[in-house]
Design a protein around this ligand. Sequence first.
Ligand code: ADP
Ligand code: MG
Length: 696
Amino acid sequence: MTKNVSEIFGAMVFNDDVMRERLPKEVYKSLTRSVATGKTIDPSIADVVANAMKDWAVEKGATHYTHWFQPLTGVTAEKHDAFIAPVGNCKVVMEFSGKELIRGESDASSFPSGGLRATFEARGYTAWDPASYAFVKDGTLYIPTAFCSYTGEALDSKTPLLRSMDAISHEALRLLRLFGDTQCRRVEVTVGAEQEYFIIDKAMYDRRKDLVYTGRTLFGAPAPKGQELEDHYFGPLKTRIAAFMSDLDEALWKMGINAKTKHNEAAPAQHELAPIYATVNIAVDQNLLTMEYMKKIAERHGLVCLLHEKPYAGVNGSGKHNNWSITANGKNLLDPGKTPEENAKFLLILAAVIKAVDDYQDLLRISIAHAGNDHRLGANEAPPAIVSIFVGEELGTLIDSIVDGTAYKGAKAAMMDLGIPTVPVFRKDTTDRNRTSPFAFTGNKFEFRMLGSSQNIAMPNTVLNTAVAEVFCQFANVLEKAENFDAAVAKLIKDTFTAHRRIIFDGNGYSQAWEEEAAHRGLLNLRTSVDAYKTFMDPKNVKLFASHGVMSETEMRSREEIFFENYSKIVNIEALTMIVMATRDYIPAVEQYIAELADVAVKKQSIAANISCRVESELIRRLSDLNTKAFNAMEALKSIETSAAAIADAKLRAECYCDKVLPAMKVLRDAIDEMETLTASKHWPVPTYGDMMFRV
Ligand code: ADP
Ligand code: MG
């Protein structure tokens, strides 16, 4: 199948080219000016834009439109309305007004609001986000929107993100002005999110209630083979997977998503897709669409895409690497240039990010905390959930020399000459790769690696943008008053590196030694999501979001409530699923096998009393013991689950799920997994780890 990529790329997107072509010149100018400067759209142009959008969408086969938004469920929401308007005589015309484009009203009562929306006021509003392109998907025009309550409080992930983009732009511009930049009108945050996922055969998936209800396996003995041979990472793609990936690329390209890189990941049946980076709000939308398409297109191939952070115990989980940078006038502000020691602006921005990460370790940890991700870091698995920064040898040496006041000798060669005539001289990646660092400087961007594969990337970016905006603000406050600007910049860089060098760590983040060292340095180690959530309403965090207009204390409180609520709900569903599987599948299956063994033993004995029944009696004895253990564990889990569910206070309830329910689930799993290793394959009621991971 050949594809004309440049022809299909962006075909379903109402992008800049389409707007330029279809909108009157003045309208186009007014719209793009508002977007570029982050200003409100002139309402008088809305009707014209809406009509052009509708005509274009109808040509693409659309009959409906929807305001597409990101409620605090973590996934997207949509409600479709047909364009039709009756004109009498049993006829309709296709209509779409500016009012319908700009604002939608929907019943918000079934979306999580964390107590924000009083029950008497169930209305919620969606407001068009013109900075993110509309698109057509499956016969509907999708309009990216923000979602808020009647009183204007954000009920979604996107509104705080958009506000944080304004905050960082505003504060960064103050610094740029001090460095003599009079031109720049807006500083943009760019993000590229590398997305990991697992693929499983649909028929096997359907037979696993745990995957269907929770997205991860709650039982399963390890397969004889895992990822130890490292033969999957970057290995050749299986035919079926390659076909899926090819369809996925095509679908994403049509949506204007720059799907760029695809490869096999470390664990069997694990893969990755990376797009080319985009402005952060677009990157967020595109990542959500990418996840949606991964699921949809997998189904077309008889496959299921698992986006859970830890579908299988014992092999790698799936994360998302959030590559983050800031751009002004089309230039990357985190690009060190050829001689970083001379580039004061770069060093100042680098120092600001380092300080922001150190000052707001807790918020960064919270921004990636959810029940699924606890199985990947911190609570149940290496690496620890400690936030630290990797800067690489060259910058590390430079920072040391600045702090210690010694001369910077420079890393041996910023330019690397390989000495092979056909290979050109290229600029060395200024950093080595350190795969264990949660927050790594990778040449001209920071890579925040703690994100879970299933999560909306809006929150981590909201935190990053706001924390960096705050430090930019503090820096600008100092520098605007400075008499000698150059000296003040140098002092600020030195003071900041000195105060925050503790967060820089270039060693192995997975080692036990690092946990001890980090504690010694006073870095936070918030093991579980619940531990992390408890720090959310810390006065310094409330002050941060409020002072930059990103989230009010009320909006934060509602999110805190939802954090705890979601956590409890997820663990609760897992516990109930385990109870169902144990009671209805595993325990009866083992009983049947025991009955069969007993039958065999009786038959053998009827032939001759001295025929050995050792195998039967041993297996019966062990399996009976284990099945009793499983039954007791199931009963115990039931009663702990019931008491956890009855706790009224959201925080205390989440604590109970974390500290009591999860351990009870483990006891049940251990008993059942051990029975799996002793039970005949034909009696085992569900596909095994080996089946699921190696038979795609
Ligand atoms: P690796 O797996 O080696 O880290 P990838 O090429 O898979 O590298 O992913 C790197 C990601 O970083 C891509 O999504 C890329 O577009 C993104 N990226 C590159 N430059 C920037 C930048 N200036 N701002 C944000 N993201 C960037
Ligand atoms: Mg990467």
